[in-house]
Design a binder for this molecule. Sequence first.
Ligand code: PMP
Length: 445
Amino acid sequence: LRARLLDRQAQRESAARTYARSLPVAPVSAAGARVTGADGRAYLDCLSGAGTLALGHNHPDVVAALQEALGSGAPLHALDMITPQKDAFSGELLRRLPGTLRDNAKLHFCSPAGTDAVEAALKLARNATGRQGVFAFTGAYHGMTLGASSVSGPGRMRRGSAAFGPAEAQPVTRLPYPYGYRCPFGVGADRAGELSAHLMESYVTDPSSGVGTPAAVILEVVQGEGGVVPGPDAWLREVRRITAEHGILLIVDEVQTGIGRTGDFWACERAGITPDILVTSKAVGGGLPLALIAYRPDLDTWQPGDHTGTFRGNTLAMVAGEVTLRTVAEQQLAERAAKLGERLRAGLRELATEHPQIAEVRGRGLMIGAELVDPAAEPDARGSLPGDPAFARALQAACLEHGLILELGGRGDSVLRLLPPLVLTDEEADSVLHRIADALAGDAE
Ligand code: PMP
């Protein structure tokens, strides 16, 4: 059955399909972190809808709330009109926002994908500042629409747009993200953060740089698709200082990091910074499509109709989102993610002592990455080894054979990425490690 489903869909679907190719599972049922495929095989899901399912598949509270909403006669879809479900969701979200945005931000509901919320953030920043330029980072991923892809990449992250001509929808200045393993300055993540921030400030303040003051800086606190690269707290604080001092809006893209994933409700909270515009999607809709920006109220310079879209107010997404936000907060699942993440990283580091292909294990909370390299290759001047995408693909496939769904990412597709649901149990976490160990052992044979 699995083979038939996969073959038929390969005929029907776009050549751009991705997970269907790298993870040929055909899931038919799921609960928590467990997925059953059409062939009856059981899997542990360390992808959870690309980080969407904070509470895992079919969490009973989410299912009950959805069933109640479905039976209540509530309109399934009401464009961006106000519904009781939207009111409840908005109140819950506002209560959970970071810093000065809490109970104070303006919310702008978007077409329900992270990429459209990024578009909204970029448009709002231009509108509110009257400036056009944006500072973005190497290795960033913000989405596939033209504006969002113009602030992503370069490299794999912009592969989609490269063939369609220049993605630059606005003047974008790219700064090095403080990535320790392949450090752009050869000095390690902390010092790279200082240098990157210094470069940012000199672009703004030194007229001979020819750059000037942008409308916004957009960043991920932990780069996800870019290979699970956490930005140092001191760097984030410095970027916040520079942007505040020069009237530049700081857009923090929490599409992947938000809702407890990194061990804080929002990843930016650990560094104690508050963005001017926060972008959220994925887990905020509890597994249903939802995306929005939350921003400083004085930035609310939109005119009615400035950034619209048909599917901005899906009732069921509001319902699932509200339950998810409340449950993550009440059950302290961010704290749980922090603890479980430590456990998984410690286990992976132990595996790294036996498997030199694992050069670095990093991440925050349940956003975990393992840098996979070719240990036989020559290290570069900084002592880092080249990535090994072929090994990474083979390991992903071997993990799948051992019943483990996980994803790759990173600049060269050679970072193994784990994004399990925050409700993963301790036993499941151990089982994840055993399965990776078995996959590695099999590969080494
Ligand atoms: N921003 C970040 C940080 C992301 O990780 C993603 C998706 N991986 C996006 C934006 C785009 O979201 P979507 O795929 O829903 O458009």
